[in-house]
Write a protein that binds this ligand. Structure first.
Ligand SMILES: [Zn+2]
Length: 108
């Protein structure tokens, strides 16, 4: 488990910086240390997606006989785990890897 590091200046981002960067709507994230543009890699975005999926599980829990309080607590615990671990799944690159832009780049 390690925090992401900038691909340009190689400096590790802090837990807080990674979250702040992730909450931006723009996919281009300026490095808090050297201001160069960073992107979350496709690979780590994929892992993050798999990691997020358990958060959707509580939707199915009302179908079980578990009490709503327990479901709420369980979901809170999942959310807390997610918030804590999220920055450790983020990996950075200095160019955007995308399904849509990659074929275009190859043409050039
Ligand atoms: Zn940097």
């Amino acid at each position: 488990m390690r925090l992401p590091a900038c691909s340009v200046c190689k400096q590790k981002w802090t837990w807080k910086e990674t979250w702040q960067a992730s909450l931006r709507l723009d996919t281009r994230i300026p490095c808090p240390k050297c201001q160069s543009s960073q992107f979350i890699t496709k690979n780590s975005r994929c892992r993050l997606m798999i990691f997020t999926s358990p958060l959707l599980l509580p939707i199915l829990l009302p179908l079980t006989s578990l009490s709503p309080v327990l479901i709420f607590l369980l979901w809170g615990l999942l959310l807390l785990t997610y918030i804590t671990l999220y920055p450790y799944f983020v990996r950075l690159a200095d160019e955007e890897e995308d399904h849509f832009t990659e074929p275009l780049k190859k043409q050039n």
